[in-house]
Each structure stands twice: as C-alpha cells, then as structure tokens.
Design a protein around this ligand. Sequence first.
Ligand code: GDP
Length: 632
Amino acid sequence: MPVFDSRNRQGLISPDEGTWQRRRRRPRTKKSYQEDTTIRPSKLAVRLPISIKNLSAAMKIKSSQLISVLFKQGITLTLNDYLEDETTVQLLGHEFTCEIVIDTTEQDRIQITDKLLEQEIKDTDDEKLAIRPPVVTFMGHVDHGKTSLIDAIRKSNRVASEAGDITQHIGAFQCVTSHGPITVLDTPGHEAFSAMRSRGANVTDIVVLVVAGDEGIKDQTVEALKQAKEAKVTLIVAINKSDKENFDTDPIYRGLSDHELIPEQWGGNTIMVNCSAKTGEGLPELLELIALQSEILELKANADFRARGTVLESQVHKGLGNVATLLIQNGTLNVGDAVVFDHYYAKIKTLINDVGQRVQHAGPSTPIEITGMSGLPEAGHEFIVVRTEKEAKQISEMRILEFKAGISDHRRTKQKDQFLENDQVVVNRKSLTLILRADVQGSLEALKQSLLKIETQKIELNIISSSVGEVTESDIQLAKTSNATIIGFHTRIESHAEELMKNMNVAIMMPKVIYEAVDTVKELMVNSLDKVTQEKDKGKLEVKAVFKASRIGRIAGCVVQNASIHRNHKARVIRDGETIWSGNISSLKREKEDVKEVKKGMECGVVLEKFTDIEVGDIIQSFEVTYHEQTL
Ligand code: GDP
C-alpha cells in the first residue's frame, strides 16, 4: 500500500520511487452552457432611417453584433449612428436570418405626396385647370439695370393697383397688362435663381435677360443665359438704357447670336426689346411680350385644390414674428390653412398681398406674405397644405428627426473626407470663420451660396452662424470668441452694438452687392494665408582665413567669387556641399571699415550672427528673402 504524504499532494515524488499513482480523474461534470433562449423575429418591418441601437433592439440581438457585421463590410458605425440605406439594413437582417421589409408608410406621410408639382398639375383633369399668370425673374450683369427695371415696372403699375405706397418688403409683386397679370420676382440676380434651383425649386417661367445697351454682353450676361437655358425657361432679352447716347443694339445681337440666341429682328426666335428703366420707354412693350409669351406657354394650375408652392424669402419681423413670402404654384391658400414647410409648420394667421392688403385667399402664381409659422423656412423650400394643424406639426417634427439622422450621416462622411485629406497630407488646412447676417432669407441664401462657391484647396470657409436680422451685440461677442469676421449684407449694425464692435476690435464687413461680398471674403482668405517666402541667391564668398577677435568672435576673411554681398543679406554657410548654418550677417568690413556692399573679386571680413564655427574653405552664400502673398 503506497504511503501517501504531503509530497504526493505537491507532485514531488518521482515515479521511480514506486509510489506513483495514477490520479483518479474527477468525473466530468456536464458543463452548463447558458442556453440562448431569446426568440428572434424572423420577419420585421422597420422605418428608415433607423439607428443601430433601435435596429438591434427590434432584431433582439446585441448592437455589437450588428456593428461587427458592418465593420466586416467596411462600414464603421457606432450605436447611435443611423442606417439610411435599404440594402444595408436588409443585409443585416439576412445575416441574422431575419427578413426585413422597409416600412414606408411614415415616409410617404412625411413626403405628403410623391408627385412633383408639375406632375400634380399634369395629372389634373383638364376642366379643373385654368390659365395662371407667368412668373418672371430678371437676370443679367451687375449694374445693367435689373433693380431699376423691376422698380420702374412696380411703380408704373402701382397707379394701376391704386394701393398707394408699398412700404413693406415683399419678394415679388403682380403687375397688370392688357393680356392679364404677370408675377415679377423681386430678387434680381442669378445667385438667388441658382440657390432656388439648387433646392429643386423651379419658380420661374420666363427669364428677362437684362443687357445694358451701352455696355453689351458681359460675363454675368453669359452666365445668366446659360442658367436660363439649363433651367429650360423661356428667355426674353431686355436691352436697357435706351435713353443713353451710346446705346447700340448691333453688338448685343451679335454677341447673343454667338450663344445661339438669334434675335427676331434677324429672323431668329429670341425676343429682344429695347427699353429704359429711366424714361420708361419700352416697358409696356416688355410686359406685353412677357404676357404673350406666357400665353404660348399655356401655364395652368388648379385653383380648387390645396395650395402648394415655394418659399421666396423669410424674415423675423419685430411685431409679426416669423414672416415668409410664398409663391403659390398650385391650388389656393386660405387663412386658417395648415401648412408644412421643410422643417416647420404653420396655421396661417394672416395673408397679406403684394400691395399690403389683408386677404382671405390667394390663388396660383400669387406672391403672398404669411404669418403664423413655427420657424423660419428657407428660401427655395417647398410648402404644402395638409388637412389639420396637428398633422402639419407631426409631419414637420418627423422631418426634423429625419434631418438630424441625415446630419449625423453627413458628419460621418465629413470625418471620412478628413481622413482622406490627411492621407494626402493636406494637414493644417487654414480656415476663415464667418458670421453671416442679411436682411431677408433670400439674400442670406444667395450670399451663402456664392461664398461657398469660392474654390480653393488652401483655406476652408467656416460659416458658424447665418441668420436674418441686424448685427447684434451677441453676434459681436460670438465673433470675438470664435475669431470670426461678420458679414452684414443689406442689413445694419444694431445702434448700441457699434461701441462694442470698436471695443472688441471685431471686423465687420457690410458689402452692398454679392460680388462685393465675394471679393471681400476672397481678400480675407488671401490675408489669412501665410506669406510664401522666396530666397534669391546673391553673392558667393570663399573663406580664405579665420581671425579671432576678442569682442566680436570669429571673423571670416573672404573673397567674393560671384555677384556681390550686401550687409542686409542673409547668409548660408556651406561646408562640403552641405548647408550647415543659415542666419543674419552681423558685420561686413573692408579693411576695418564697415561697408554696405562688397563686389565680385574683392576681399572682405564677414561676421555671422551667433556662428563661431567658421572654417577656412567654407562657402558663404548670401541671399535675399522676399515674401509673396499666396493666391487662393
Ligand atoms: P442692377 O445691378 O442690374 O440691379 O442695376 P441697377 O438697377 O442698380 O442699375 C445700375 C445703374 O444704372 C444705376 O445707377 C441706375 O440708375 C442706372 N440705370 C438703370 N437703368 C437705366 C436706364 O435705363 N437708363 C440710364 N441712363 N441709367 C440706368
């Protein structure tokens, strides 16, 4: 019987001691695995966008499992990120044997209608449709007279409307012609036009291209006609300033023909009319021609339908709160209607027409000012009437949620872009911080669009705040803390904010036209870029001897081999082909005399600032440094 002592227990006994005994195996107990008893859905309907967190909860699996599947697909997301893409969500379902269908009922509800405005009108029974007035935009080169023409038309028609002075700012008006009314958009300029178009809003039926008859075709004339062509709108050319002596249509006809706009006068089909905003000559003709063109276009809408259209501009009004000018493009808008904008809603409190009168209804092609909105909708966004205020509110809230999901998505792509940029070693990109203020939403948008179009890889525009209204004290505080420049466009600085502006030394620019704003910002951008230094080699010297002087250190006795050395030059020391030092020259002497310049072939003594290591055989290359402004 083997002896069992403590050594056995510690395994110290060797087998040859004969006491080795096979350890009895413990009977294996069955490992108790925790059974996953979760019952997962095999079918699921989800709404998009959906966060990883919510999707995992619906699928009854851990978020980390979803994240890891996505990671393997090359998509890096976290718990609170949203998935927007149908295929990705279905792929995740497939991985966990769950069939996912996308529930679009809510999306349909948010969208209100899947028909575009044009389609909606097209699908309406013919007998319900009636002719509507054309909507006209004036475009053309700066100073060619767009604003003057709009003003002249407005004034000449004011008599017709007998409404007296119009003091309020409304972004459009209607004028009367013998062929019926015309709606004129009071936002001259292509920027506003393209800002609207970039949001998919096609509010214009006819573009009046204004060309000054004394100046001819300019850059923005060409730009405007290209935009009009792209938007496929009818174009009428108004050759303005016919009262001027050097008014000449021939160069304009020729110039426009180069762009495939052949004047009727030359047998083509582009209408061109001479006019003067100053004398009023040609204006009735212009309006008649617009009205006639619109007859050809057969513009129609259904006035017996719920209203739908586009926001022309919006602003905060001191007494009235949020105010917007809308262009009704189909249907009729009534006081009390519930309206959904992009992210806001309204129960229409008041409707004010273009001549400042309160009205109860407004039909197709009418510009109308409304109050009663939950927020300030942006120019170019669509509005649409729904059944109840409650529904309008719910839809706008859902849209905000969706928008936020979009933002997180946007942020992600932005981060990704930054990664890319870093890979390409575009680190430390400079940025110019701006705060934008404008009188109305329309001009704010136009300004923003134009500024964001400034193209450069060297500096980034960072607009930290943009809103409608005066430049306030808090804007100045914000500008100070964020080192931003304020751009106030068609607006004022609050009277008591001026002092703060001076005390805080905050830069505020108040451009009058967009192009001026763009130029100002470009200049600011250029100024924020570091200047580029350029070194230009001058004299080349060889060190022939080195002398020690107790007070000044080492003096290099040199011969100028090339060009000349100047006391104000900088210097490089080159030893065995390598630059070993670079800095200032502290003294330049010829035979103990301080000199300004030493020319080729001459000997001189050079002391280099804080460099004592000079040796015989070194080369001293003097050079000049110039600083250049960078271009964008
Ligand atoms: P916009 O930049 O195209 O809106 O141009 P404006 O309407 O501001 O006009 C620019 C300048 O041209 C102003 O000084 C106007 O007074 C002047 N102007 C506009 N139309 C006429 C015109 O028909 N005749 C003359 N003589 N001057 C005009």
